[in-house]
Design a protein around this ligand. Sequence first.
Ligand SMILES: *Cc1c(COP(=O)(O)O)cnc(C)c1O
Length: 225
Amino acid sequence: MSSVCDNIKNLRKTIESINKNAKLMAVSKTFGYDKVKEAYSCGQRLFGENRVQEAIEKIELSKKDKLDIEWHLIGHLQKNKSKKAVFYFDCIESVDSLELAERIDTYSKEYNKMMDVMLEVNIAKEEQKYGFLEEKLMDSIKNILELENINVVGLMSVAPISENPEDIRWVFKRLHELALYINKSYNANIKELSMGMSADYKAALQEGSTIVRIGRGIFGERDYS
Ligand SMILES: *Cc1c(COP(=O)(O)O)cnc(C)c1O
């Protein structure tokens, strides 16, 4: 068995021991299509990519091979790439402005598609990070929920980098609270909490994560050179 398969198997075991219903996303960014196929051969079906163009190449290949993959966009989406993103992805997790949500809605209408999206929240208010600030999200949420061809299925967050997951547990807690608050206040149906990565997924699961996004923990270290 390959190490990719071992990693997936071990992760599944750990995830299941904390939250039976949580899903494992394999984040295949920077890795080639061969790695996608390897993970697929071990039963992995949910994949995440952070760049539209890089993802499209892999998605095209996976379509040719008739692989039954659910592709999520997890990286910042530039408005001029939103049409392609709507066409290729099954879910856009990185919606971070009302304007972007409106564009996605417009293109989804064009393609006659109901687009699943998540709203990315910058819980820790990090300047270099994308995502709604909470106040901004509260200003926009009503308008976003009213968009006809968008289905807001979840909230997503990237926690600050930290040596100790306990230091950022509050971020996961806060995202969870926010989802409950939005559901209650707007009669919404946000079910997914996409939170937790290789370094902090256990704490995220303990705080209610339903999707953990794992790259290095499955495929190994990334080479950006
Ligand atoms: C790269 C990335 C991940 C995966 O990170 P790892 O540390 O490799 O597990 C998860 N979420 C987002 C948004 C990413 O860009």
